[in-house]
Design a protein around this ligand. Structure first.
Ligand SMILES: CC(C)(COP(=O)(O)OP(=O)(O)OC[C@H]1O[C@@H](n2cnc3c(N)ncnc32)[C@H](O)[C@@H]1OP(=O)(O)O)[C@@H](O)C(=O)NCCC(=O)NCCS
Length: 165
C-alpha cells in the first residue's frame, strides 16, 4: 500500500479512533472500553514533546490506516530518557500490507533523532500477530509478566519485548 507517514495532529483524533476503537472491541489489547474523540484529541494535544506519534495515511484518499506512538518510559527521572515505549495499531482491513513496518521505520528514525537508544513494550501473550510483528522488527523477548491483566475474570500474561536502536 502506498502510504504517507506523518506526525499526528489533534484533528486526527476521530480517524485514529476509527482504527483503535474496533481493535479495542475485538482484539487482545490492553484497553477495556472505547475511547471518545475528546479523550483522543486531548491525548494527542498533550503528547509529550519527546514522544513520537506517527499516523499512516493511504495515499490517494488519505484514509488513516494505522498509527504508532512512542512515549518516554518514565518522566519522573532522567535515568530512563533513552528508553521509549511503543504502541502500534493498524486497521484490520489493511493488515499484512506493511503498514506497521513503515510506521516502525519512521518511528525508529525519529526516535534516534530524539535521543532514544532502546524501545520497549508489553504485548499480551494471546496476541500472536503482534508478537510476530514485533519479532520481525528485531524485538526480543526479555520477560513475561504473569497474571498481568485480568480479562473478564481470566488472567492473561504479558510478554515484554525490547529492541536497541
Ligand atoms: C500488530 C499489527 C500492528 C501488525 O500490523 P501490520 O500492518 O499487519 O504488520 P505488517 O504488514 O507490517 O507485518 C510485518 C510482518 O509482521 C509479521 N506479522 C504481522 N501480522 C502477522 C500475523 N497476523 N501473523 C503472523 N505474522 C504476522 C509478518 O512477519 C509480517 O510480514 P509479512 O506480511 O511479509 O509476512 C496489527 O496486527 C494490529 O494492529 N494488531 C492489533 C493491535 C495490536 O495488537 N498492537 C500491538 C500491541 S501495541
Amino acid at each position: 500500500m502506498d502510504l504517507i507517514i506523518r506526525e499526528a495532529r489533534a484533528d486526527d483524533a476521530a480517524a485514529v479512533l476509527g482504527v483503535l476503537n474496533p481493535i479495542i472491541e475485538s482484539e487482545a489489547v490492553a484497553f477495556d472500553a472505547p475511547l471518545t474523540e475528546s479523550d483522543e484529541r486531548g491525548y494527542i494535544a498533550g503528547f509529550p514533546s519527546r514522544g513520537v506519534f506517527h499516523v499512516a495515511l493511504r495515499r490517494g484518499d488519505g484514509l488513516l490506516v494505522g498509527f504508532q506512538s512512542l512515549e518516554p518510559f518514565a518522566t519522573y527521572t532522567s535515568l530512563f530518557d533513552h528508553v521509549g515505549v511503543l504502541g502500534t495499531y493498524v486497521d484490520a482491513a489493511c493488515r499484512r500490507q506493511q503498514v506497521a513496518s513503515r510506521l516502525f521505520a519512521a518511528t525508529f528514525a525519529a526516535a534516534r533523532v530524539k535521543g532514544y537508544e532502546k524501545l520497549f513494550t508489553y504485548i499480551r501473550e494471546d496476541n500472536p500477530p503482534a508478537l510476530a510483528a514485533y519479532a520481525g522488527q528485531g524485538f526480543r523477548v526479555v520477560g513475561r509478566a504473569e497474571r498481568h491483566l485480568k480479562v473478564d475474570g481470566r488472567y492473561v500474561a504479558e510478554v515484554i519485548v525490547e529492541r536497541f536502536l
